[in-house]
Design a protein around this ligand. Structure first.
Ligand code: P1T
Length: 381
């Protein structure tokens, strides 16, 4: 079946007990047992819940994995992936990650004895050079948050696998509709379902999708042991969200392209990061690896003061953290999502004080462009 059919139907079969067309919210902590050791497949909702299980089956199918696991947030999902490692293990991480992921690695997991090397994973030879005898995992985002760098997943997977190293891809920005890392060779996919999968800015969640059943078993063990599970209601919201993932992503992509093109020719804009623009340094790779470019972009206003004026002047675009909802959001990565990345490192990555990020929603694109134009007009020439 096609992607949209799977999104609407896998895990989302009519309820066998009642015929309800929608998966019920099993708002229960526990399940009655008929006798010791006899149950209907569920015993406690941290361990398993039918609504969460429906979502887990659905997202596994969308990413082409054998198993999906849903967590209380994207960060809980990233943390679960790291539970595969032991003190002394080495991780090669992309140099530009969501600030919260960088914070988890540097300010939490380093103290547990994990070692991290941050690498420009756009260059497969740099990944190869960073490999050591204790390297267990390469962790990348592509496109990256917020400067939209692209890593060649197949090339990195080939290099890593030759040394027995796992590859995890945070696929939050593309969603499985535009990019399927497991098909490109990745072992593990991570999502903040808070973003495109849920799609309506009304729930925080995360997911891990795996190809290998043994790795999946280990992540599931951690999910139950550590307990950061997605609630039944939040699982239901994501189940509802994914049904329209394909149509939403098509519109995010159309709007993202139009806004990026418009900004690229605007005299007040000093540069646009969007993989769909032919001027993007990795446009060709993006075209090969992704089937669309989506709604995320960032652009350079030239200074903190210019960014401040713009962010204060927009009316339709809301100044807020997060992304991937139907409404357009605008943010300032240096002081918001990437504040925990040291200033010098931010500058090296191009996360300047003048950089503004847009999560292009699915409103009428003329209205989004007019809003940005009105705000850009307020910046002095
Ligand atoms: O917020 P949470 O659901 O815990 O997801 C964390 C996360 C993981 N990976 C990527 C690529 C992300 O963008 C995020 C969260 N990002 C934002 C809140 C943001 O505004 O960029």
């Amino acid at each position: 079946m096609g992607f949209s059919t799977d999104a609407i139907h896998i895990g989302q079969e009519a309820d066998p007990a009642t015929g309800a067309i929608i998966v019920p919210i099993y708002q229960t902590s526990t399940y009655v047992q008929t006798e010791l050791g006899k149950n209907k497949g569920y015993e406690y909702s941290r361990t398993g819940n039918p609504t969460r299980a429906a979502l887990e089956r659905n997202i596994a199918a969308l990413e082409g994995g054998t198993r999906g696991l849903a967590f209380a947030s994207g960060m809980a999902a990233v943390h679960a992936v790291m539970s595969l490692l032991k003190a002394g293990d080495h991780v090669i991480a992309g140099r530009n990650l969501y600030g919260g992921t960088f914070r988890l690695f540097e300010l939490v997991l380093k103290d547990y004895g994990l070692n991290f090397t941050y690498t420009d994973t756009r260059r497969a030879d740099e990944v190869e050079r960073a490999l050591g005898s204790r390297t267990r995992l390469v962790f990348i985002e592509t496109p990256t948050n917020p400067v939209m760098e692209i890593t060649d997943i197949a090339a990195v997977a080939e290099i890593a696998h030759a040394r027995g190293v796992l590859v995890a891809v945070d696929n939050t920005f593309s969603s499985p509709y535009f990019q399927r890392p497991i098909e490109l060779g990745a072992d593990i996919v991570v999502h903040s379902t808070t973003k495109y999968l849920n799609g309506h800015s009304d729930g925080v969640g995360g997911a891990v999708i795996l190809k290998d059943p043994e790795l999946a078993r280990r992540i599931q063990f951690f999910q139950n042991a550590a307990g950061a599970v997605l609630s039944p209601f939040d699982s239901w919201l994501v189940l509802r969200g994914v049904k329209t993932l394909a149509v939403r992503m098509r519109q995010h992509d159309l709007n993202g392209r139009a806004v990026a093109q418009h900004l690229a020719s605007h005299p007040k804009v000093k540069g646009v990061h969007y993989p769909g623009l032919p001027s993007h340094p990795q446009h060709e790779l993006a075209r090969r690896q992704m089937s669309g470019f989506g709604g995320m972009l960032s652009f350079e206003t030239g200074s903190l003061e210019n960014a401040r004026i713009l962010l204060k002047s927009v009316q339709l675009c809301s100044l807020a953290e997060s992304l991937g909802g139907v409404e357009s959001l605008i943010s300032h990565p240096a002081s918001m999502t990437h504040a925990s990345v040291p200033a010098e490192e931010r500058r090296r990555l191009g996360i300047t004080d003048g950089l503004v990020r847009v999560s292009t929603g699915v409103e009428d694109v003329e209205d989004i462009i007019a809003d940005l134009d009105r705000a850009l007009d307020r910046i002095p020439a």
